[in-house]
Write a new protein. Structure first.
Length: 369
């Protein structure tokens, strides 16, 4: 009997991000999209019609033996609940970030999957993009020497300026750390390995914020999370990285990512995106040197690359890169920002996560090695 070449995929959650997944997943022959569900059937029907995907109920997707992977695109507070139901149905689950709202509930999901012999995957997968894999190659080559420090900076005036329904970004499970932190911290773990400890401070300037985008412009949103957070991550390698994540900055001129080594410094593109140029400079250099990107899918928006990598991992019995263990480690680090800020103490990280394997063979015709 010929080996299977495709895995059936069901999508739960037809919100804003689903269009990017549904568009990108069509480019991967390993993924066979077999249905889309949402708590609002009319939303699923509209999105399904847009992409030629059948709208179905959640129970129908979970009961379908032709579906191997559920892609969970629900709001953060529902990630673990939907993930546990997926595991109970005997299916692998790949979720949007974050893995869960708390480290404790994230542990439940990862543990349940391991007991069942199933896989958990989680966004972000942007660190698999060509530019970020190129940055990883620079680190691995030793060109920077030993990494000493760096800065990570994400700041904006808030998602209420563009998102059609932004209130959940300011509810439990939202905020700049859980919403944007996964991109920046996952890439740090990809580059430098696991985090050892976290020190942080935070604030919430406004307890209510107006929605500034249509169709709910002018409505007020309660704010139940910290919206400006800054701290330092200590890595097991010894590197100290300063991190700022904020929804309270009107405008800034900081670069998103700088890594400082004993032999050279490196500028890394925004890990919220797949593409961009990596730049390197030795001591006292007058200008930065572009590092050519040799992995040719650098500039494509492949939101779902992590799903495809997990599918190939399942079919070829190899680990997938956007693993549950990696996402759980990042979730513990993000939770430590709040704990450290509240206590004024350095928080030690208990979980471990191996650096994901780099991508040594480029994406070609929708396949990834």
């Amino acid at each position: 009997m010929a080996a299977r070449q495709r895995l059936g995929v069901g999508v739960i959650g037809a919100g804003n991000i689903s269009s990017q997944y549904l568009k990108a997943m069509r480019d991967f022959p390993v993924l066979d999209i077999r249905g889309l569900a949402d708590m609002k059937p009319e939303v699923a029907a509209k999105r399904g019609e847009e992409f030629g995907v059948k709208a179905r109920s959640v129970d129908d997707l979970l009961a379908d033996p032709a579906i191997d992977i559920i892609v969970n695109l629900t709001i953060p507070r529902a990630h673990v609940d939907v993930g546990l139901k997926t595991i109970a149905a005997g299916k692998h689950v790949y979720g949007e970030k974050p893995l869960g709202v708390t480290y404790a509930e994230g542990k439940k999901l990862v543990a349940a999957a391991k007991r069942a012999g199933l896989r958990v995957g989680s966004a972000p997968d942007t660190f698999l993009g060509g530019s970020h894999q190129q940055a990883r190659a620079v680190i691995d080559s030793g060109r920077l020497g030993s990494v000493v420090g760096g800065t990570v900076f994400f700041a904006c005036p808030g998602h209420e300026y563009w998102h059609p329904d932004p209130a959940f970004y300011y509810d439990v499970g939202g905020g700049p750390v859980l919403d944007m932190g996964p991109y920046y911290i996952t890439q740090l773990v990809n580059l430098l390995g696991p985090v050892k400890a976290v020190q942080a401070m935070s604030l919430t300037p406004h307890r209510k914020r107006p929605i500034r985008s249509e169709p709910k412009k002018g409505q007020m949103m309660p704010v139940r999370v910290s919206t400006h957070v800054t701290g330092t991550l200590q890595f097991a390698s010894g590197a100290l990285i300063q991190v700022t994540l904020s929804f309270d900055v009107p405008k800034h001129s900081h670069l998103p990512y700088e890594i400082y080594g004993t032999e050279a410094s490196m500028l890394v593109p925004d890990p919220n995106m797949f593409g961009g140029l990596v730049k390197v400079a030795p001591p006292r250099a007058e200008q930065w040197e572009d590092v050519p990107v040799t992995i040719p899918y650098a500039d494509a928006n492949y939101r779902s690359l992590g799903v495809a990598d997990m599918a190939y991992g399942i079919l070829n019995d190899r680990p997938h890169r956007c693993s549950g263990d990696l996402a759980l480690h990042v979730l513990e680090v993000m939770g430590a920002f709040e704990t450290a800020s509240a206590s004024g103490e350095i928080v030690k990280i208990k979980s471990k996560a191996e650096r994901p394997e780099p991508i040594s063979v480029s994406l070609r015709r929708g396949k990834i090695a």
